[in-house]
Write a protein that binds this ligand. Structure first.
Ligand code: DQA
Length: 149
């Protein structure tokens, strides 16, 4: 069974009350329950964590090699600011899929740039909670390909 770490960045703890027209009305707890189900149907065990702190996210990314096969990461606003998170992903070599609830390219210009996307396998943006489902599927697909290489 593949082990996937889903990381939610800053302000995603407020899902359900935060800018609901953009991010929807479902809570983070509801999303995390779906993540576990989506993982199970792909043959993966999902562990989900959220932090508002860049340091926590970096620490968790750094710890992945001995515990997880892939990361599904929504870096939140750190997407657009954090060279440190980008470097952590590049350092560990754990395949990482970047996901966003909203379509960051249809929003303010400062959201169009992702510092992290270039060191990920790929980015999924704009499908609401379903972006994470696609992210889990993409991570498992990548791991299957790696296994048969
Ligand atoms: C987000 C998009 C980011 O621009 C924003 O700062 C977030 C959420 C998304 O999931 O759509 O916090 O990552």
């Amino acid at each position: 069974m593949y082990r996937l770490l889903v990381l939610h960045g800053p302000n995603l703890n407020l899902l359900g009350s935060r800018e609901t027209l953009i991010y929807g009305t479902g809570s983070l707890g509801e999303l995390d329950r779906k993540l576990v189900e989506w993982g199970q149907s792909e043959g993966a065990k999902v562990t989900a964590r959220q932090s508002n702190s860049e340091a926590d996210l970096i620490k968790w990314i750094q710890e992945t090699p001995s515990h997880y096969d892939a990361i599904v990461l929504n870096p939140g606003a750190f997407t657009h600011t954090s060279i440190a998170i980008r470097d952590a992903i590049a350092a560990v070599n754990t395949p990482t899929i970047e996901v966003h609830l909203s379509n960051i390219y249809a929003r303010e210009e400062f959201r169009h740039r992702s510092y992290t996307a270039a060191v990920t396998v790929g980015q999924i943006s704009g499908f609401g909670a379903y972006s994470y489902c696609l992210g889990i599927r993409a991570a498992v697909q990548k791991l299957k390909e790696k296994g048969t290489e």
